[in-house]
Design a protein. Structure first.
Length: 255
């Protein structure tokens, strides 16, 4: 028996938060998929290398059974990113973060882009899966809330990355922009169905914000996204991820 997992996300943004990031580049289309390139950063001479980052800290005070607990500060994360232009056609991207004061270290992105034209480019490495809005646009300073939404921690853990390869493209036409992404990546680990909750749980399959490099189910996953944006209205997109999550083979018989 083969079990398949399909995730569909329809996202719409009106006056998107990404407008803040997109303002960093005059050539930007404003699409969420460009966030990896459009971040405030220090640029070297010649604009070949950019280094940036941010930190998130909050004050917390809880009440248990009506009794207050001591207030404390929590350093949620320190994020850093680096992008460099190796040549006119090749760019390297890396993004990582230290969680809870360094107790956990995540590698969100470590990819190489081979750029041919605006409508067709190749990307390989550790890729931020283009699922929904928040997974790609997850930078804390862009939002007014201090905690990530429940849907982005328990349902679809963010930042959700995979090792894989694929292609992407975008096109700007007057006040309109369209973009697409399509990748083949590692599958989930068996923890997605073999976990303490005793049901299919996406967050159980993620280790340190990324699908494991080893001990996966051996099945590739397909991940795609299509977006269209109107400058004065916002962005509308559809993202999809699917593939086999459980696979058994015994004496040449696949179940």
């Amino acid at each position: 028996m083969l079990k398949f997992l399909r995730l569909f996300f329809l996202h719409a943004v009106v006056f998107s938060f990404t407008d803040l990031a997109a303002a960093q580049s005059a050539d930007s289309t404003g699409l969420n998929m460009e966030t990896v390139y459009n971040r405030p950063a220090f640029h070297s001479s010649g604009n070949h290398t950019a280094i940036g980052g941010y930190s998130e800290m909050k004050a917390e005070k809880f009440f248990a059974d009506g009794q207050p607990e001591p207030m404390e500060f929590n350093l949620q994360r320190i994020s850093f990113f680096l992008r460099t232009k190796v040549s006119d056609k090749i760019r390297f991207l890396i993004e990582g973060e230290f969680i809870n004061g360094g107790k956990q270290i995540n590698l969100n992105c470590s990819a190489v882009d081979f750029r041919f034209c605006s409508l067709f480019n190749l990307r390989g490495g550790v890729i931020i899966n283009p699922i929904g809005i928040f997974n790609q646009v997850h930078d804390g300073p862009l939002y007014e809330f201090t905690d990530r939404p429940f849907s982005s921690t328990e349902i679809l853990p963010s930042t959700f990355s995979s090792a894989g390869f694929g292609f992407y493209g975008l096109k700007k036409i007057n006040n309109w922009a369209i973009g697409y992404e399509a990748y083949i990546t590692n599958g989930f680990s068996y923890a997605i169905i073999d976990n303490e909750s005793r049901h299919t749980l996406l967050s159980a399959s993620v280790e340190n914000g990324m699908l494991p490099m080893k001990e996966t189910n051996g099945q590739m996953m397909m991940n795609g996204k299509f977006s269209v944006r109107q400058k004065n209205a916002g962005e509308l997109g559809l993202s999809w991820r699917g593939g086999c999550i459980q696979y058994f083979s015994n004496s040449g018989i696949t179940t």
